[in-house]
Write a protein that binds this ligand. Structure first.
Ligand SMILES: Cc1cc2nc3c(=O)[nH]c(=O)nc-3n(C[C@H](O)[C@H](O)[C@H](O)COP(=O)(O)OP(=O)(O)OC[C@H]3O[C@@H](n4cnc5c(N)ncnc54)[C@H](O)[C@@H]3O)c2cc1C
Ligand code: SF4
Ligand code: SF4
Length: 371
């Protein structure tokens, strides 16, 4: 039997193969999976495992579940832009109805060993701690957004009207509009700078973050929808494709937003707290300057801060980009599984799809693991 989970606002279908449930009933009776990380990937995996009647302990170090997604705004204009943000609500609701899932917030694993096919761990949380054991481990510890201060030429944190994509997500979510932090007025001109911290050999981050073209263009469309008079320019190298109807989306977007194929070298302060962007002219030889009311740095997805801990405790290899290697076989033979951005950059829908797939892999492992 196959079950479809459908979100009417977002054209995605996640398919869970319930043959596993049937097959696993006997063998998984006492199985227990430890999931570390309660973002969209960890929550989805917990729900999927619970539907397969596998008991789960979900450990999250923050005070709430959801990971990075609760920071983001709904990007709908007159129509849904399929950003995926509202999928978190559905996942949280599914989790609240799930049986067999124990959630521990504000909890951190302090030690972790793999001994005779069992994971033994200790954890701490306010007011105490404890220990536990699990038969499989699923890491869903997510990512860290690029620190815009690490590109000092853009003067983030120094010029008030230079903000990041994450700041803009929060601003739109909290207030519903975009303002210049210097004086809280509507900007009449906005520049988005793409690939900030990603595809950057100088920072040793050659990889594409895969989500920042999508979030930046969807937010640019939203701003334009709310304030049609605002001029928006996007400085870019390449636009990463996304979504089901990407060509149609771009056709519409290009009608209202100016695309400039170059990445600015630096940002300087202008009069009235404007920001001056220096960039290469079309001829590729001379440089140009242009002033904007607001600059938005499209920061990307960097490896999570706790990966060294797991690398040290379990001897897990990190790939060249600093994420846990995609070579899942090395991990899964030991009962270690990965879901979401801990494996590398991806969006919400991609993290959900992968978490479902990983839950099925965990289920298959529990069925055949050596005891
Ligand atoms: C600025 C920005 C905007 C974005 N906008 C969109 C968008 O509009 N649409 C979209 O599809 N994607 C967007 N993304 C990508 C999106 O954030 C990710 O796809 C999504 O958050 C991945 O979920 P995750 O569960 O893998 O990781 P996370 O969201 O990072 O969650 C990981 C969780 O693990 C917890 N954790 C970490 N280490 C530990 C530990 N040691 N112990 C316990 N808990 C731990 C963290 O506290 C966190 O709760 C955006 C990304 C950025 C940077
Ligand atoms: S949050 Fe995103 S996917 Fe959900 S309704 Fe808004 S635009 Fe659509
Ligand atoms: S998704 Fe777009 S902005 Fe982000 S790194 Fe890739 S090309 Fe650059």
């Amino acid at each position: 039997m196959v079950v479809e989970i459908r979100n009417p606002k977002f054209k995605s279908i996640f398919i869970l193969n319930h043959n596993f449930e049937h097959n696993l009933k006997v063998n998984s009776k006492n199985s227990k999976v430890l999931i570390i990380g309660g973002g969209i990937a960890g929550i989805t995996a917990a729900v999927a495992l619970s539907r397969l009647k596998i008991a789960v302990t979900l450990i999250e170090k923050a005070t709430a579940l959801g990971g990075m997604v609760p920071n983001y705004c709904c990007k709908a204009t007159d129509a849904c832009q399929q950003c995926g943000v509202c999928l978190l609500n559905d996942s949280l609701q599914a989790l609240s109805q799930a049986s067999n899932v124990e959630v521990h917030l504000q909890t951190e694993v302090t030690d972790l060993t793999l001994d005779a096919n069992k994971f033994l761990y200790t954890f701490s949380r306010p007011g105490g701690g404890g220990e536990g054991r699990a038969e499989a481990l699923l890491l869903a510890t997510g990512f860290t957004p690029f620190r815009a201060e690490d590109k000092p030429q853009y003067r983030y944190g120094i010029l008030p009207n230079v903000i990041t994509g994450l700041d803009l997500e929060r601003q739109l979510k909290e207030t519903g509009s975009v303002v210049r932090p210097s004086n809280h007025t509507l900007p009449t001109s906005i520049a988005f700078i793409q690939c900030v911290g990603s595809r950057d050999p100088h920072l040793n981050h050659p990889f594409c973050s895969r989500v920042c073209c999508a979030y930046a263009l969807r937010m640019a469309n939203l701003i334009k929808y709310k304030n049609p008079q605002t001029e928006i320019a996007v400085f870019y190298m390449d636009i990463q494709t996304f979504g089901k109807d990407f060509s149609l989306f771009m056709e519409k977007t290009e009608k209202q937003i100016r695309f400039i194929r170059t990445i600015p070298g630096e940002i300087q302060k202008g009069d009235n707290d404007q920001v001056w962007l220096t960039f290469q002219d079309d001829d590729g030889l001379s440089s140009r300057k242009q002033a904007f009311d607001l600059a938005i740095l499209s920061v990307g997805i960097m490896p999570g801060s706790d990966l060294e801990f797991f690398k040290d405790k379990l001897g897990l290899p990190l790939n060249g980009d600093g994420f846990l290697s995609e070579a899942n076989e090395i991990f899964s033979s030991k009962g270690i599984f990965l879901a979401g951005t801990v494996r590398g950059p991806k969006g919400i829908a991609g993290s959900i799809t992968q978490a479902y797939r990983t839950a099925e892999e965990v289920a298959a492992y529990l069925k055949t693991r050596p005891v």
